[in-house]
Write a new protein. Sequence first.
Length: 128
Amino acid sequence: MTNKKQIATEKAPAALGPYSQAIVAGGLLFASGQVPIVPETGEMAGTTIEEQAKQVFENLGAVLAEAGLDFGDVVKTTVFLADLADFATVNEIYAGYFTRPYPARSCVQIAALPKDSKLEIELIAALR
């Protein structure tokens, strides 16, 4: 079995089920999908896609920081949108967190997300 280490921080929402915020294994960090929950309150961050996307990135940044990483270490993201019409707005916010070379990315529209979130993003980062 691969050695693996759990990453957990109170600066991101606690897991909503039997999973970890992130796991480090094989030289990579695998972050579970983050929804726009404000960690201090447990409530959703606003009602607009802009408010929710910014909170998702804050949550992901907190998980990365707990592992000693940042968005520059990210190699792959998966973006789940409740409405693909929000793609351009999310893409603009997304671009503010990453620099070239950008991570590989998939983006899909799905029927529903936890807590009726407008988006969820998961990522994989390379350890330094």
